[in-house]
Design a protein around this ligand. Structure first.
Ligand code: PEP
Length: 257
């Protein structure tokens, strides 16, 4: 859309240690710079593993690299006896602007429920982090209840108690398209993203719906990104596999070229 700044977000998952992260971020930065990329046109965000965030923060700060930074998850709690957990306060101290919440891999392997996701959204907002709320259906759920029902319900719960002026990002990630190479069609992405915008409108109001960015995620590559970005309710992409290859991710960021 013309009013919403596109966001291209790279979810590294459990890839790239802190030394590899430095090499990768430098390569991505120089690839974009060499291509003459204008950073005000598209926002770029990277989501490294927790152990890389300090290193990446130091690098982007020192070299004035215009990438936003985020965590891949956070605790529902702010501090205390929660072994292994990472607080939103810690992420904020490292200049993270974003945090991914409710990724399908967290929902599946860590049994995160819609209620857990909602509690994490509240934790993110308490620390002034923009939650990137992931929703999406499995193939079985799509066959059973249609394309929109599961994502709509997941987002409704996630937005309970969220104030109308809160900054949130929504990512529609059909589970059957994540890491499978089986990409959704732009029409399928648009159908669900439009339904999700209606949920934002119902939960937070029309103004929030007009400014909230809704991303598509699931096997996004440089060859298919432009077709998604042409859809009126798709404002960017959450990219997994292709976010780990600097030239490929740079080409996704430069989808307009
Ligand atoms: C993701 O995990 O957020 C994702 C979209 O992965 P991939 O791009 O590899 O399908």
């Amino acid at each position: 859309s013309v009013t919403r700044k596109p966001l291209i977000a790279g979810n590294w998952k459990m890839n790239l240690d802190h030394l590899q992260a430095v090499a990768f971020v430098q390569k991505l930065h120089w690839t974009l710079k060499d291509a003459g990329h204008e950073h005000d046109t598209v926002e770029v965000a990277v989501f490294p593993p927790f152990t890389d965030i300090r290193t990446v923060q130091t690098l982007i700060d020192a070299d004035k690299i215009p990438f936003a930074l985020g965590g891949q998850d956070l605790s529902t709690k702010d501090s205390g006896a929660y072994t292994g957990e990472i607080s939103g306060a810690f992420l904020k101290k490292l200049d993270a602007g974003y945090v991914i919440i409710g990724h399908s891999e967290r929902r599946e392997y860590h049994h995160e429920s819609d209620a857990d996701v909602a509690a994490k959204v509240q934790a993110a907002l308490r620390h002034d982090l923009v939650p990137v709320i992931c929703v999406g259906e499995t193939l079985e759920q799509r066959e059973e209840s249609g394309p929109t029902a599961v994502s709509v319900e997941q987002l409704k719960v996630a937005l309970e108690g969220v104030p109308a002026d809160a900054d949130v990002v929504v990512a529609y990630e059909p589970v059957w398209a994540i890491g499978t190479g089986q990409v959704a069609s732009p029409e399928q992405a648009q159908e669900v993203c439009s339904a999700l915008r209606a949920v934002v409108a119902a939960s937070l109001g029309d103004e929030a719906a007009a400014r909230t960015r809704i991303l598509y995620g699931g096997s996004v590559k440089s060859g298919n990104i432009a077709s998604f970005m042409r859809e009126p309710d798709v404002d960017g992409a959450l990219v997994g596999g292709a976010s780990l290859i600097a030239e490929e991710f740079a080409a996704i960021v430069r989808y307009q070229k």
